[in-house]
Design a protein around this ligand. Structure first.
Ligand code: PLP
Length: 673
């Protein structure tokens, strides 16, 4: 494809996209294909010769589109939203075309700086405390865009693990990191997302699940109890993940209580607000953020509800050095003239305080006295007296300011090992004191270099994601984004009202924000059948969840295009299918529920009887949080039912020659004549 063809075809693509999104309501949201369908349609080998664009795109229309779940459809109610928007699409179009990789400032100055700016905007929009922002020269906090909430959780766990290991190894210099690792333990609620468990598995640390309360919220007292018991066993609590907006029922852990426990025990607190985080753009939902200043890291997905298309996870940390010492490996090919100056450049001034030193003469600027082996507060070994490993109260570690080195003609610097030896006791631990700049005369070590975003994440390369986030924030403005969130919540409340008005249904526990978990009263099998039949019909799509043995259908408002009428239509679809099922089982569309016709009460009477009439009592803050959200094919599709309904449909068909898509008009006319 050359420039000329690209101009034509890309414009056609834009029209295709606009048509798709404009008319998405007309599409069947869940595809009617079976596993393996595409393998039967596409060749097994890549083409030997170049193919024409029109031929390629024809296959998109014929083979790919019929096999998609239409996530942008107003009738998509599965999972959580994965919204996009025109400004976001434009951001990704441009980012794809530019294809800059923003890992160091030098790799794309505007890319890294825009990310910091956009993350500061977003942090303020959510009402995050200043300690998470990066607006000042010396601010250790800041935001970074990760790919997913899962990755943000893992990054946070790894950073906390490094911090804990560094501290423990100072106390127990004779023990290897692997031995220390075996003593670490972290915590999350029994309602936490599976990605938290996965982070623990990858991090090779023990994870304890704290039983949530009746509102599916993790509370401080239970956490404290578990931590105290674990410390008794000689374990070291180092990381806690609190969830704001659980996957099952959008329940909220009690941040303040949990934060206080974490502070007491020196554990890192990570907040996973993957879905619900978007809601904090509206001040009325920020009560769930109470205590966030006690957290060490916070992440949510603008790629879910904020209309910034996947991938985009906003993550903030209070102290970015914790990330650098975890992820900074810093080979020479990534060093550049402005290493360490990027952050100063961003705020428009140079850091005057950077000291020039020689390789061997290292200025330890912040060597905080750690409790020593003989300090009565801290036991230097795994404590034999009471079986508890005591943690260091003061978490600062040795920082090295700056080092001047002589370089050879290629800019290569002296041996890293010398430097490690010189800086002392962190040599076994990962990266904290490595040289970060070797091309010029001055190299700066770790701390001033914190804006190099490659040290904030696992991969080296990173997309220019800030562009789409920035476009969305500017094009919608705060007012537009707040309106979008409030509308999603309003529609969910409308749906909940419809469910509650039908005596055959129940909402076992109120849900929050834009999600309602509902079910048919009675046996789980009825609701399961209802969901599978709904998905097989393809008009709406939802997934199940199960909490303490109660099977529910999660109904999430996922689209900014959803209207009142869509909700009414979807509810109508649910009622029709429910009536079919109940009639099959009980011979009556009401099932075994005695439906009492309610007497009509006038509005005037209602107002007289209920002083608070008019305020929404439907979605009180006591969510129900199913543990499992099952989106697998088996959980949402009923093959038997699909086959039966196909057979019924075919049996009813009275085929005429003109019904055949293969028959053209002329042939039919010829036959009729
Ligand atoms: N955390 C919570 C609470 C979630 O609900 C989800 C997904 O819905 C995740 C984490 C995982 O998100 P991601 O797909 O961005 O890793």
């Amino acid at each position: 494809m050359d420039h000329t063809e690209f101009r034509v075809k890309a414009k056609e693509m834009v029209d295709y996209i606009a048509d798709y999104l404009e008319n998405i309501r007309d599409r069947r949201v869940y595809p009617g294909v079976q596993p393996g369908y595409l393998h039967k349609l596409l060749p097994t080998e890549a083409p030997e010769k170049p193919e024409k664009w029109d031929d390629i795109f024809k296959d998109v229309d014929q083979h790919i589109m019929p096999g998609l779940v239409h996530w942008q459809s107003p009738h998509m109610h599965a999972y959580f939203p994965a919204l996009t928007s025109y400004p976001s699409i434009m951001g990704d179009m441009l980012s794809s075309a530019l294809n800059v990789l923003c890992f160091t400032w030098a790799s794309s100055p505007a890319g890294t700086e825009l990310e910091t700016i956009a993350m500061n905007w977003l942090g303020k929009l959510l009402g995050l405390p200043e300690c998470f922002l990066n607006e000042k020269n010396d601010s250790p906090g800041g935001g970074v865009i990760q790919t997913t909430a899962s990755e943000a959780t893992l990054v946070s766990l790894l950073a906390a693990r490094t911090r804990a290991l560094m501290e423990l190894s100072k106390l127990n210099p004779e023990l290897q990191a692997a031995e220390l690792l075996g003593h670490l333990i972290c915590y999350c609620s029994d309602q936490a997302h599976s990605s938290v468990e996965k982070a623990g598995l990858i991090g090779l640390v023990r994870m304890r699940y704290i039983e949530s309360d009746e509102g599916q919220s993790m509370r401080g007292a239970k956490l404290e109890e578990a931590i105290a018991a674990d410390k008794e066993k000689g374990l070291v609590p180092f990381w806690v993940c609190a969830t704001l907006g659980t996957t099952g029922s959008v329940a909220f852990d009690n941040l303040r209580e949990i934060g206080q426990v974490c502070q007491k025990h020196g554990a890192w607190l990570h907040v996973d607000a993957a879905y619900a985080g978007s809601a904090f753009v509206c001040p009325e939902y920020r009560h769930w953020l109470d205590g966030v200043e006690l957290a060490d890291s916070f992440a949510f997905n603008p790629s879910k509800w904020l209309m910034v298309n996947f991938d985009c996870t906003a993550m903030w940390v209070k102290d970015s050095t914790a990330l650098h010492r975890t992820f900074n490996v810093n080979p020479i090919y990534l060093r550049h003239e402005n290493s360490g100056k990027a952050i100063d450049y961003m705020v428009g001034s140079q850091n005057e305080d950077i000291k020039k030193l020689t390789l061997k003469k290292i200025n330890i600027m912040n060597d905080i006295d750690h409790p020593k082996a003989d300090d009565n507060k801290v036991d230097n070994k795994f404590n034999k007296n009471n079986g508890v490993i005591t943690q260091i109260e003061n978490r600062n570690i040795t920082k090295v300011d700056a080092v001047e080195v002589s370089t050879d003609v290629d800019g290569n610097i002296g041996k890293d090992d010398d430097l490690y030896d010189a800086v002392g006791d962190t040599k076994n631990l990962h990266g904290y004191n490595k040289i970060s700049h070797g091309c010029g005369k001055i190299i700066q070590l770790e701390d001033p270099n914190k804006k190099e975003l490659l040290h904030w994440q696992i991969p080296l390369s990173r997309r220019f994601r800030a562009l789409k986030l920035w476009f969305v924030l500017r094009n919608y403005g705060v007012v537009g984004i707040q309106k979008h969130i409030r509308e999603g919540v309003r529609l969910a409340q409308k749906f909940a009202a419809l469910v509650l008005a039908d005596p055959r249904f129940e909402i076992p526990q109120p849900s929050n924000l834009g999600m309602v978990a509902f079910r048919l009263k009675g046996d789980n099998a009825f609701t399961e059948r209802l969901l599978k039949r709904l998905n097989a019909r393809g008009y709406i799509h939802a997934v199940p969840a199960c909490f303490k043995g109660i099977y529910v259908i999660r109904f999430t408002i996922t689209s900014q295009r959803t209207t009142n009428q869509d909700i009414l239509d979807d509810w109508n679809e649910i009622k029709i299918v429910a009536s079919e099922i109940l009639t099959d089982v009980f011979g009556s569309e009401n099932g075994n529920i005695a439906v009492v016709k309610k007497p009509r009460i006038s509005l005037k009477e209602t107002r007289e009887l209920n002083a608070t009439f008019g305020t929404s009592l439907l979605l009180a803050n006591s969510p129900m949080s199913p543990k499992i959200v099952n989106g697998t094919h088996a959980a949402i599709c009923d093959y038997e039912q699909v086959l039966t309904s196909c057979a019924q449909t075919f049996a009813q068909l009275k085929m005429e020659p003109k019904d055949s898509p293969g028959a053209n008009t002329e042939t039919i006319e010829a036959k009729i004549c």
